[in-house]
Design a binder for this molecule. Structure first.
Ligand SMILES: Nc1nc2c(ncn2[C@@H]2O[C@H](COP(=O)(O)OP(=O)(O)O)[C@@H](O)[C@H]2O)c(=O)[nH]1
Ligand SMILES: Nc1ncnc2c1ncn2[C@@H]1O[C@H](COP(=O)(O)OP(=O)(O)O)[C@@H](O)[C@H]1O
Length: 204
């Protein structure tokens, strides 16, 4: 039987650099991950393409997907829904490929419940003040929203222990290297465990 792929979940507080790091990983020519394109009800930004950046849905369409059980997880984030299509994830894992999710922390917690065997990576800021700097520099939120994000970030950082690995996003290239190394090491570890089981079963 074909080995299943690994479900890799990259999460962390808003503004830490999840999107930036994910894009850097997928711009590497030799990346072996399949990116799961999320569904969202937010409006497309300039240059974003339906089916490439996101699958853009109306609230009604999104709520139908929830009812039909088509989402592995979903969450509301700043007034919009975001969710992961379950069929794509399952089919891609079954075909032996690794699937990469870049999602906020409430969604990651839901995935942990449904896919405890996934690989959960928390992207952490070098410090809270640097996180605030990044939110300010990005310039997409008002001061009040940034204050809210910082409050939420404190709570999210307290939940770091629920993850398998914590990667500090000091420099984008370093963070990508660390993530690639973790995935490689995790594949080796899991293969060894499986081999051990196989041998045990042969002996009995
Ligand atoms: N739970 C969940 N979060 C998602 C999903 N897709 C994207 N996100 C998160 O939603 C948040 C907002 O994403 P987006 O609107 O693209 O804005 P930006 O990443 O903050 O520039 C980010 O934290 C993403 O990681 C998803 O399928 N599920
Ligand atoms: N390692 C880093 N060093 C400095 N700035 C970064 C780094 N990673 C991301 N950024 C910047 O921080 C801001 C937030 O990054 P973004 O990818 O939008 O975060 P998230 O997807 O987690 O909300 C952006 O302006 C981005 O350019």
């Amino acid at each position: 039987m074909k080995e299943k792929g690994l479900l890799i979940v990259l999460s962390g507080p808003s503004g830490v650099g999840k999107g930036t790091v994910r894009k850097a990983i997928f711009s590497q020519e030799d990346t072996r991950f399949e990116y799961s394109i999320s569904m969202t009800t937010r409006n497309p930004r300039e240059g974003e393409v339906d089916g490439v950046d996101y699958f853009f849905k109306t609230r009604e369409e999104f709520e139908n997907l929830i009812e039909q059980g088509k989402l592995l997880e979903y969450a509301e984030f700043v007034g919009n829904y975001y969710g992961t299509p379950v069929d794509y994830v399952r089919e891609t894992l079954d075909s032996g490929k690794d699937v990469f999710l870049e999602i906020e922390v409430k969604g990651a917690r839901q995935v942990r419940e449904k896919f405890p065997e996934g690989l959960f990576i928390f992207l952490a800021p070098p410090s809270l003040s640097e996180l605030q700097n990044r939110l300010v520099t990005r310039g997409t939120e008002s001061d009040e929203l940034i204050r809210g994000r910082m409050e939420t970030a404190r709570k999210e950082i307290e939940m770091m222990d629920l993850y398998d690995y914590i990667v500090e996003n000091d420099h984008v290239d370093h963070a990508c290297e660390k993530i690639n190394s973790i995935v490689q090491a995790e594949h080796c570890r899991r293969e060894r465990v499986q081999l051990r089981y196989k041998k045990m079963l042969e002996v009995d």
